[in-house]
Structures are given as C-alpha cells and as structure tokens.
Design a binder for this molecule. Structure first.
Ligand SMILES: C[S@@+](CC[C@H](N)C(=O)[O-])C[C@H]1O[C@@H](n2cnc3c(N)ncnc32)[C@H](O)[C@@H]1O
Ligand SMILES: [Mg+2]
Length: 389
C-alpha cells in the first residue's frame, strides 16, 4: 500500500490539514524559497512527488533523485519531463533532472556538488548496516551545504490508532525525540554541521508534550566547501574507479535524465530572439506605414502612394555598427529599413540579448539585413497582401 495513503489512514482521527506528507513537502519548498539552493537531491525519492513539486522552484538548476526501488521511481517519472509549453517559452534558468537507482549506503560521484539534500521519511526504512553507513555517505562524502532529515516521532504514536508497533510494516525503527536528536547531534558534531530540530503535524491541544507527528532535523554545514576541496574529492574518487574498482559504478545507475530548454542555451535563445525581433519589426513597420498613410490622407486626395519622408539615406549608414546610428525607420521602394538600434531599444529584445553585439550575432543569419548590417529589411508588399486578404 502507498506509504502516504497508509499514513493518512492512521492519522484520520487526528486529521491533519493539509495531509502530513503535503506538510513535509511544503516544509522543503519553504526552505528552498528561503535559501535558494541551485542543486537539490532527494534521497529515497519514491514516486518523485517532491522532485516534481521542486521543479517549479525557479532557483533550482539541478534536481536529482535516488531510490533503492527502481519501479516506484519509474511509475510517475514522466512527470519530470519538459512539457510543450517549456519548449514554446523556454525559461531563463537551465534545469536538468536526473533519477538514479541505488542506495544511500553507497558513495557515488553523481551525488556530489549539491547544495541541499533531502531525506524525507527515509532513515526509518534503512537496515542497520545501511543506517550505519548513511552519515559518512551523506555528510562525509556528499557533504552538501544543507541536509534535511524527517522521520516519525514515536511519542506521537499513542495518538494514532492501529500503530503496532510501527506506523508502517517496512519501518525498521521509530525514534522518540531524544533518540533522533542524539543521533543527529552526534552526526553534526562528527561532520562539522549545526542542526536544528522542528517538525510538522502539530499535536492536538492539551497534548503538546508529545511533539510533532513528524520530527525534522535541519543540518547546516559549518565549513565552506571550496571548489578545490570538491575537485579533490572527485579526483580521489575517480582514481579509485580507474584503479579497477569498477564495481563502484554498479551501485548507482542513472535511469532518467531530462534537460529543460533554457534561454541559457544559445539554440533556444536564438529562436526566442529571432521571433521577438521579427514581431518587433512588424510592429515598427505597421506604425510607420500607418503614420505615412495618415499624413498622406491629410495633405492629398490623390491615390495612396507611400513615399518615405526620410529616405534611407547613406548618411544613416556608417562603416561600423554603432548605436548612435539613425534610430528612425525609413521606406525605400518596396521595403522598410528598421535600424537595429531601434529594435534593440525595445525592452523585451534588450532584455533577451543584453548587448547590441549579441543581438547582431543572433539574428545576422536569420533575417534580411541592409548591406551594411545596420538595419533590418522588411517587405512592404507583404503588408499590402495581408491587408487585401
Ligand atoms: C517512505 S518512502 C518515502 C518517500 C518520499 N521520500 C516521501 O516522503 O514521500 C521511503 C523510500 O526510501 C526508499 N529506500 C529505502 N531504502 C533505501 C536505500 N537504502 N537507498 C535509497 N532509497 C531507499 C524506499 O524505496 C522508499 O521509496
Ligand atoms: Mg516511513
């Protein structure tokens, strides 16, 4: 039975709103909003619900999940793939999501370099030898800036009907607050972390002495992990692998990887910029033609014939691409010249490209430019065809 469903049944009498598992996930989301970690790993990620919630946190660029049970991870992992909307409007940030099949009892380089590691309702499922290795793997080897561990608080159990002896048949133990805190403080001391205790699922009024239903330890690394320390660790590990201990690789296997489209990727940035530039050029052209039409109607009754007031003169074109160039669009024959400086002055284009040089680089091969490259050339004909239809 789904562990969260079973827990909901136990806690029916107490009635947590929102349900306890959602409160645990919300706790993590709140921490993420507060500390803005870029790289987050969830150990014992099960059906990836927490990872799925975290992918919407815009500060996160790397998300990873690890679980000993491959099937439970694969059940709903498709939720972690990009959606069509992600391609239509790529996000500013980059995001890579990976899932790994393996145990928290084994060190693997894929788990290095994280800012936050979450272990939600995991430790009580570990066999004794795994629990013994857990601190060295998570705090010694992975050594993220922050670790969050949640586990049932056994002092709350008398308030839950049908808990015999544990809340779930797969639990190897359930600790009271003193037991959890002494285990956690010991780890914090050994690996140079600080730890604070809190929880979710408050006790009912009058029963406050039992504490939260789920107890939580939030560990913060006291020392700063320099790049060189990180590289040293990675190098040491790689050399172990190269020495022929290939079994290391067998412990953790990547089962899923999704790379989200992002404006940080030149390919997606170019698509976004070209589309914004073409749109902007159409707006500028439309405004110019409307203006010329209205001027013409004001001063003449004759047939409509567009004549540029400010013909695209050679004065507007200098040898180099300079921002000071003529900013006004002009008509010449059947085309409109729209200075790139004008296009660049539009906030959305400006924000996407950052610099004028970048704008030029991204659109040069994708749109028609004047011979000196200072203006975009847009057909008028097309405009009339559109009007006639
Ligand atoms: C109670 S579930 C918690 C799932 C999820 N963290 C949540 O809060 O909804 C515990 C998960 O830990 C996984 N697990 C148990 N032993 C593990 C180990 N040694 N390494 C990694 N995951 C393990 C189980 O497969 C299971 O998916
Ligand atoms: Mg559990």
């Amino acid at each position: 039975m789904d562990k969260n469903v079973q827990e909901e049944r136990f806690t029916e009498m107490i009635k947590f709103t929102p349900p306890l598992y959602k409160q645990r996930y919300q706790f993590i989301k709140d921490l993420v909003w507060k500390y803005k970690p870029k790289k987050v790993a969830d150990l014992g990620c099960a059906d990836c619900t927490l990872l799925w919630m975290l992918k919407f946190c815009s500060c996160i660029e790397v998300l990873a999940g690890l679980d000993i049970c491959e099937n439970v991870m694969k059940e709903k992992m498709h939720r972690l793939s990009p959606l069509p909307g992600d391609y239509l409007q790529p996000a500013e940030r980059s995001l890579t999501v990976t899932l790994h099949h393996g145990s928290v009892a084994h060190k693997d380089p894929c788990m290095l370099g994280f800012d936050l590691i979450t272990c939600i309702e995991l430790i009580e499922h570990l066999e004794e030898p795994e629990l013994e290795k857990f601190p060295e793997v998570v705090f010694g080897f992975m050594a993220p800036a922050m670790v969050v561990i949640s586990t049932p608080n056994s002092e709350f159990n008398p308030l839950l009907p049908g808990v015999t002896p544990f809340r779930h048949p797969d639990h190897k133990f359930e600790w009271n607050r003193a037991e959890f805190q002494s285990w956690a403080l010991n780890i914090a001391r050994s690996y140079d972390y600080s730890v604070e205790f809190t929880g979710v699922g408050p006790p009912p009024t009058g029963m406050e002495e039992v504490g939260f239903c789920t107890q939580i330890g939030v560990f913060i690394r006291k020392y700063s992990q320099t790049k060189s320390l990180f590289n040293k660790k990675l190098l040491r590990y790689k050399s172990v692998i190269m020495m022929g201990f290939f079994y290391v690789f067998l412990y953790v296997v990547k089962v899923f990887k999704a790379v989200y489209p992002s404006l940080k990727d030149e390919k997606y940035l170019q698509i976004a910029v070209v589309s914004e530039v073409v749109f902007t050029a159409q707006v500028i052209k439309r405004n110019l033609l409307d203006h010329l039409h209205s001027e013409h109607e004001e001063y003449s009754d004759g047939p409509v014939e567009i004549k540029s007031k400010s013909q695209h003169s050679e004065n507007c074109v200098s040898e180099e691409l300079a921002v000071e160039k003529c900013m006004e669009p002009s008509v010449s024959g059947n085309v409109v010249y729209i200075p790139l400086t004008k296009i660049f002055s539009f906030p959305k284009v400006n924000q996407l490209c950052g610099t004028f040089e970048k704008l030029y680089k991204l659109i040069a091969d994708k749109v028609t430019l004047s011979s000196d490259g200072s203006a975009m050339v847009v057909d008028i004909e097309q405009e009339y065809e559109e009007e006639e239809n």
